[in-house]
Design a protein around this ligand. Structure first.
Ligand code: ATP
Length: 297
């Protein structure tokens, strides 16, 4: 029997190692659907994130040479604060996040995290420092429990259970036919958009990164599901720096600051009451969405 068990244990080890490696790459695929072409500098440093301040300084960027997407974008996300990016479709919101992750380098300008230029940092350390709740989460043909542990393959059961609790998933999981052992993914249970985002939140809790990115789903969820996600995210955002891409302004009225992006330019920044008082682009976006909401009801 030894001969049989040894290789199986070894395979289990390899499987966990591979899963660990995948956990870091997942963000990248979830965001881009393809891998990055960026190569670390020869002298790239491990980024040390203590406070978690993010600063964009005069960032210009285009995916190709003939079309510039971001124009002189500057903003700061102070350590521990929640900042939202809003703006019309195509304004460049996701592009900002891709640059922060260094899937691309700015054409000019620089992005700093705790004063360290992102362009000088190793991609591995950068991705370790940032937890992301993507719009669409990749699930594997494994139990719901293992799908969550995937955020940190070395987490013990107790830690995974806590993450499930904080992500407001306990009631959902307990109601499943086989509880936490229920298989999900292609051949198993299908999760709704809202449940998937809560799985992503649980994974992010386990990852324990100092900086959090939340890419709100474009399609609206039912209001109960949306509330569960927002309160779960609020909980994990405590004590972290968080950057939220919001499609529905109603979800970010409590943000410390809101950046309004239009055609790749920062056109306004402030908190919700201030921006409403300004009666500028944010005020217009807000009124448009209020009208749409009333029509829906
Ligand atoms: P949405 O709210 O619809 O998600 P967004 O504000 O996030 O929009 P981005 O996805 O950042 O906007 O896109 C900004 C612009 O860059 C768009 O005009 C888009 O067509 C273009 N773009 C995005 N990704 C690429 C790419 N990989 N190659 C070329 N152009 C791109």
């Amino acid at each position: 029997t030894m001969q049989i068990f040894m290789p199986l244990n070894f395979l289990g080890f390899v499987y966990r190692e591979i899963r660990g490696a995948l956990a870091n790459i997942e963000n990248l695929f979830a965001l881009l659907g393809k891998s990055s072409n960026i190569v670390d500098n020869e002298n790239a440093k491990t980024i040390q994130v203590i406070e978690g301040e993010i600063r964009f300084s005069h960032v210009n960027f285009g995916y190709g040479p003939d079309r510039q997407i971001l124009h002189d974008v500057s903003f700061t996300v102070p350590a521990g604060q929640k900042v939202a990016i809003v703006g019309p479709s195509g304004a460049g919101k996701s592009t900002v996040i891709k640059l922060l992750f260094r899937f691309y380098n700015p054409t000019s300008g620089e992005i700093y995290i705790d004063g360290q230029p992102v362009s000088d940092s190793t991609q591995a350390s950068l991705r370790q420092a940032i937890g992301i709740v993507p719009q669409d989460t990749v699930l594997f043909n494994d139990s719901i429990f293992e799908n969550i542990r995937y955020g940190n393959p070395t987490a013990n059961d107790e830690q995974v259970n806590q993450a499930i609790e904080h992500a407001h998933l306990s009631a959902f999981i307990n109601a499943l036919p086989k509880g936490r052992e229920t298989k999900v993914g292609e051949r198993g249970l299908k999760l709704s958009g809202g449940e998937k985002q809560r799985v992503a939140i649980a994974r992010t809790i386990l990852k324990g990164a100092p900086i959090l990115l939340f890419d709100e789903a474009t399609s609206s969820l039912d209001s109960q599901s949306e509330r569960a996600i927002l309160s779960a995210f609020k909980e994990i955002a405590k004590g972290h720096t968080s950057l939220v891409i919001a499609h529905r302004l109603s979800t970010i009225v409590d943000a410390d600051s809101i950046i309004v992006l239009q055609d790749g330019c920062v056109v306004e920044q402030g908190n919700h009451p201030t921006l409403l008082k300004n009666k500028g682009p944010y005020y217009q976006l807000w009124n448009t969405q209020q009208k749409v909401n009333t029509q829906d009801d």
